[in-house]
Design a protein around this ligand. Structure first.
Ligand code: ADP
Ligand code: ZN
Ligand code: ZN
Length: 788
């Protein structure tokens, strides 16, 4: 343990003691607590625990345990966060003698900036404050997983006239020679340092008040995070002119927003790194958000490699979903103590308890993963902008395909636009993209007397050429499983297998490569069953329709003669742990994997120089979604995955198979023309009064009975009409795209308001008057990334 880690802290009060503690002092101080389960808009008032030695002000932001209701002696212990401190005014007339004490206060503390961000999220995303704050603290932190306390000693500073036994006297003299910054020391260490026979002289000094005991806490994890790649730091490249403009141009003083629009491989990550160097040099810290960290160890390892040599191993906290509870708490603790000054992680890393934030970076800012899909349904990018505003620091959004929201903000001058139109030195430049018409491909196959499955003749021969030349290839198919639908072959019968609990087809997953054995699974509720052999309606033998990634794997094995070990499939079924991803990455790096196939997971982050071909097996998957963002999604997906090709010195090639080759999103992606796509798509959005020209909210009522879900949705529609009057357009109620899931029917409403303030105020009005928030029966999704 190094000197920085030593910190004197109060021990956690014993919960059982708290229950029987004497009553709170009537004059306060009192604490306002937002309980995880409290009703919207309500905080409860408590007194500090009897044992709390700390001034009440220092308790704000701390996680705590509070007694609630009448359960047990003092009420059921309930988690919450202390959000304020005050005197009798917090009681609102309540008898001060009846105020209960908190049962315990934890070390875990949300700094003021994070607390304020929590208030904003609670307000803007229509989620109760207690629930919001609860979500901002990792469970491992609340439960103090791996927290260890030890007793250590330090000189009290007091003198003595007492006559000391020789051994004790010698110990005291030795103690005076130990430099001040070495304290506190554990008894064991002190015994050996002073070359004592045993600890009794030290005990005597404690009794005499010359040494005092302090409690040290530390958080230990049983294992190291295995996904932290050991990467050689390597020399820092000299920035190109386009990189330098940003690195030097972003002002670190005060809040400002920046959009870095740089093509794939243009060196955006290098810009983040060098900007962070400036920030660290100024004594401040930085947060880097990435879409899904399990999928971007390549990226996070660059931050570790660059900064760990100077900041130390704990100086760079990499947060991701694969961490154990102990690892997560240890990383959080390092941030909280100011040991970690660079935090890299997914959206929740935004809540890291840094206190001296000097820069926030949002990489791949367009990614829909930044939206949390359960309450609080915040958008990580927008919350990042808010936190930067709170902290008074710049926020840098980076993307090769900026979201139309961010693009428009740049056009309106709300953020500074930085362009990096060319790839970094050492790359062969942006790849050639060829769009092929699937209808045409089928025809060619038929003429050759072949039956086309997933790979058309053009893509197949491109793949053959690439592999023969020793290149590696990436194949994107955005559908998991083997077959999307189990159906009756008889069109007149029309039976397809759907989930008992959801209005969705069951997807067939087979057991191994080239195996036809398997089971069907619902991708929404994860229910599984054996695959029906025959149609329950007419008895005909069932067929499998709609090909997924497993089928593609088979086709590559059959047609290209690829061995199982030469391919890796990366999708939600194979990538269960961060280590799975890790192993695939190292096998791509060492060349043993020749073809990487998978869903959109493979579209982001991969940077391997020998990937020379990218095949988009079906560009139309995103077009199926019933959503006005489908063109944007298609453009992003095709552009991003194309960006994996040709990052080395050999030129890359991209083949896109589609049924709609003339679609503007596909055409623009083929010529790497984001700006044209954005201009066209913004026209469409403007004419239809859709975001980013308006702000949307998606509200879903759910119930086991359709009629009740519908009635609730109509009721909400009435409240919306009353609150917004002519200030918003309300569409619905109508059955949601996913009409039923987990045995509940879903009826939805879309709200479109002219701007964020109008949307927020309207929703707040209904919340105050009618208590409408996200709860068990209603989901409110402000600024949704999809209508779900
Ligand atoms: P992006 O994040 O835009 O996709 P990266 O930052 O990953 O791009 O850069 C792509 C590749 O180019 C990386 O391998 C990186 O090390 C390299 N690179 C970036 N900037 C420079 C530079 N100024 N000089 C040489 N190589 C660079
Ligand atoms: Zn289901
Ligand atoms: Zn049938």
């Amino acid at each position: 343990m190094d000197a920085d880690e030593r910190r004197r802290v109060r021990t956690l009060p014993d919960v059982s003691k708290g229950l029987f503690s004497e009553e709170a002092p009537p004059a306060g101080p009192f604490l306002a607590v937002a309980l995880e389960r409290s009703i919207d808009g309500k905080t409860l008032t408590y007194a500090p625990p009897a044992e709390s030695a700390e001034v009440a002000n220092a308790l704000v932001g701390r996680a705590c345990m509070a007694p609630l209701g009448r359960g047990g002696k003092g009420g059921a212990p309930t988690r919450g966060v202390i959000i304020g401190v005050g005197g009798a005014e917090l009681l609102e007339g309540f008898d001060p003698h009846k105020v209960r004490r908190l049962l315990a206060v934890s070390d875990a503390k949300l700094p003021d900036g994070v607390l304020e961000l929590g208030r904003w999220i609670s307000e803007y995303y229509a989620c109760p404050l207690g629930m919001t704050l609860a979500a901002m603290l990792p469970a491992a932190v609340k439960k103090a997983v791996g927290r260890k306390t030890r007793t250590a000693l330090k000189p009290s500073g007091a003198g003595t006239d007492a006559k000391l036994p020789p051994a004790t006297k010698k110990a005291l003299e030795g103690i005076r020679d130990i430099p001040a910054d070495a304290w506190p020391l554990e008894e064991r260490d002190l015994v050996s340092r002073l070359e004592l026979k045993n600890a009794s002289p030290l005990r005597r000094l404690v009794t005499l008040g010359l040494l005092e005991e302090v409690i040290l806490t530390d958080v230990v994890a049983r294992t190291e995070d295995a996904t932290r790649l050991a990467v050689e730091p390597g020399p820092t490249p000299t920035p190109t002119a386009q990189q330098r403009a940003i690195i030097e141009g972003v002002s670190l003083d005060g809040f400002s927003t920046h959009l870095l629009f740089g093509v794939t491989g243009s060196g955006k990550t290098e810009v983040y790194l060098q900007l962070l160097e400036r920030v660290l040099a100024s004594g401040k810290s930085g947060i880097v958000l990435v879409p899904e960290i399990a999928l971007t160890p390549q990226l996070s390892s660059r931050f570790v490699a660059r900064f760990a040599p100077t900041l130390g191993e704990r100086g760079v906290a990499v947060l991701h979903s694969g961490l154990s509870a102990g690892q997560r708490h240890r990383a959080w603790d390092a941030v909280s103590r100011g040991l970690a000054r660079v935090v890299v992680g997914p959206r929740s890393a935004l809540f890291a308890p840094l206190t001296n934030v000097g820069l926030i970076v949002v990489d791949e800012e367009h990614a829909s993963d930044y939206k949390q899909d359960q309450a609080p349904r915040y958008h990580g990018r927008d919350a990042a902008i808010k936190r930067a505003q709170i902290e008074g620091c710049p926020v840098l959004l980076g993307s090769a395909t900026p979201s139309l929201e961010s693009w428009r903000n740049a056009q309106l001058g709300r953020s500074t636009l930085w362009r990096m139109p060319t790839r970094a030195p050492g790359s062969a430049g942006l790849p050639m993209v060829e769009v092929v018409d699937l209808a045409q491909e089928r025809k060619v196959s038929r003429e050759r007397g072949e039956r086309m499955e997933l790979l058309g003749p053009t893509l197949e021969s491109a793949l053959r050429d690439t592999l023969n030349a020793g290149g590696q290839a990436v194949m994107l198919l955005n559908r998991r499983g083997f077959a999307r639908v189990v159906a009756c072959p008889d069109a007149m019968c029309g039976w397809t297998l759907t989930c008992d609990s959801c209005s969705a087809a069951m997807v067939f997953h087979r057991k191994g490569v080239l195996s036809r054995k398997g089971l069907v699974r619902c991708h929404h509720c994860l229910a599984e069953q054996v695959t029906p052999k025959s149609c329950p309606a007419c008895g005909k033998k069932t067929i499998l329709l709609g090909r997924g990634t497993q089928r593609l794997e088979d086709e590559l094995a059959e047609r290209m003669g690829l061995d199982e070990s030469e391919m890796a499939r990366m999708d939600g079924d194979t990538m269960n742990r961060a280590a799975d991803y890790q192993s695939v990455l190292s096998r791509i790096a060492d060349g043993s994997i020749r073809v990487l196939l998978g869903t959109q997971m493979i579209a982001k982050g991969l940077d391997f120089p020998n990937i020379r071909l990218v095949g988009v097996v079906d560009a139309d998957t995103a077009l199926g979604i019933a959503d006005w963002r489908c063109q944007e999604r298609t453009f992003q997906l095709v552009s991003q995955v194309a960006g994996r090709a040709g990052r080395g010195d050999k030129p890359g090639r991209v083949t896109v198979q589609t049924l709609s080759p003339d679609l503007p999103s596909i055409q623009a992606a083929a010529i790497h023309d984001y700006e044209r796509f954005a201009a066209d798509e913004l026209e469409v959005r403007k004419a239809a009064h859709l975001p980013p020209f308006t702000r949307a909210a998606w509200i879903v009522a759910r119930d086991r009975q359709y009629s009740r879900a519908e009635a609730r949705a109509f009721e909400i529609a009435g409240l919306l009409t009353e609150a917004f009057r002519d200030n918003a357009r309300i569409e619905g109620p109508a059955p949601a795209p996913l009409e039923r899931t987990h045995d509940e029917y879903r009826v939805g409403l879309e709200v479109y308001a002219a701007n964020a303030a109008i949307l927020r105020d309207g929703l707040l009005k209904i919340r105050a008057r009618h208590g409408l928030v996200s709860d068990a029966s209603v989901a409110i999704d402000v600024d949704p990334v999809s209508i779900w």
